[in-house]
Design a protein around this ligand. Structure first.
Ligand code: NCD
Length: 326
């Protein structure tokens, strides 16, 4: 199913944020980052804002989450909004009785007065469908194997802060590139900001990035190199973006024995990092399940804990831009 999502065209006001493809200009990304800097100030100085007083924000999560759920909730609260956080949608909502996502988003607006609804859902097109039916903007907090646009925003913001640039980047995406959604959104976002982007897609053969995306990126001028060997490409890159092997999708496809074989295919420790540049950033959307050893956490290049804090600032910025326009 293909729904045409409205491009932002410079304005976020009252628009759903479903896909990175809605962003087309560098200036839009810079605008989000500018507001994120102001948001950081609010949190660092411990001076909560009331700009979203009177607004109501609902979160409907049909899949597990720690970072995305709590950072959106805290983002809304730091800005003074009322919040309706619902974590157990797939266990306790009327979805169990077979209610459609279209009816659910309309219902949530009516029963709570929500002005914006944040959704995480296992269906690839779930948030598109929700946005079509909803009376109020929807933010995609992770849809199936397809997109996680707000994660991409916080990831790029992290790259910019850690390296001081967003251009001429050599980036590794490592791990489960087939089922993972964060790297698909981040890949799309990087192609907008970096005309000299080089992407190194490192995964077991069976977990490769979908061909369609690789082709799109090549058409846009990105140099894409696919390999199974991390050490072959690690020494030259600026960003090492690690992902976990996504057990839940192997469960759906009844391939758990294959998962057990692949689970520890990459494990990064301090010895691995000796092969990387001194000025390099190591990222992970988290959770990790063994692919990065704890001993790496104190290496200055390990940015994954700083990265998740950036999720709070950038999500505050997105809530403000969508509800207030600036
Ligand atoms: C990611 C997700 O849900 O796609 N987590 C997150 O939002 N930080 C990555 C993952 O679950 O592996």
């Amino acid at each position: 199913m293909k729904i045409n999502l409205p491009k932002f065209n410079g304005s976020f006001k009252n628009k759903s944020f479903i896909s990175i493809e809605q962003l087309t200009k560098n200036s839009e990304i810079k605008k989000i980052f500018r507001v994120a800097e102001q948001m950081k100030d609010i949190v660092v100085r411990k001076k909560p804002s009331n700009v979203l007083n009177g607004y109501c924000i609902a979160e409907l999560f049909y899949q597990p989450s720690t970072r995305t759920f709590t950072s959106f909730l805290a983002a809304a609260k730091w800005l003074g909004a009322m919040t309706i956080p619902i974590h157990g949608m797939s266990a306790y909502s009327s979805a169990v009785k077979g209610e459609s996502i279209e009816d659910t988003v309309r219902t949530i607006h009516q029963t709570t007065g929500a002005d914006l609804i944040i959704i995480r859902h296992p269906g690839d097109n779930s948030t598109e469908i929700a946005a079509q039916a909803s009376y109020v903007p929807i933010i995609n907090a992770g849809s199936g194997k397809k997109e996680h646009p707000t994660q991409a925003i916080l990831d790029l913001y992290t790259i910019k802060n850690e390296l001081g640039r967003m251009k001429n980047l050599k980036v590794i995406f490592l791990g489960d590139l087939k089922y993972g959604r964060t790297i698909k959104s981040l890949g799309k976002l990087l192609t907008i900001v970096d005309k000299n982007l080089q992407l190194f897609l490192v995964s077991p053969k069976i977990l490769k990035m979908p061909k369609k995306l690789v082709k799109e990126w090549r058409v846009r001028g990105v140099k894409v190199h696919e390999t199974e060997s991390l050490l072959e490409v690690l020494p030259q890159v600026d960003v090492l973006y690690v992902t976990r092997i996504q057990k839940e999708w192997f469960e759906v496809e009844r391939k758990l024995s294959l998962y057990r074989k692949l689970k520890m295919v990459y494990d990064i420790n301090l010895k691995t990092l000796r092969r990387a540049k001194k000025k390099m950033v190591e990222m992970h959307p988290l959770p990790r399940v063994g692919e990065i050893a704890y001993e790496v956490d104190n290496d200055p290049r390990a940015a994954y804990f700083r990265q998740m804090r950036n999720g709070l600032y950038t999500r505050m910025a997105l809530l403000k831009l969508i509800l207030l326009g600036s």
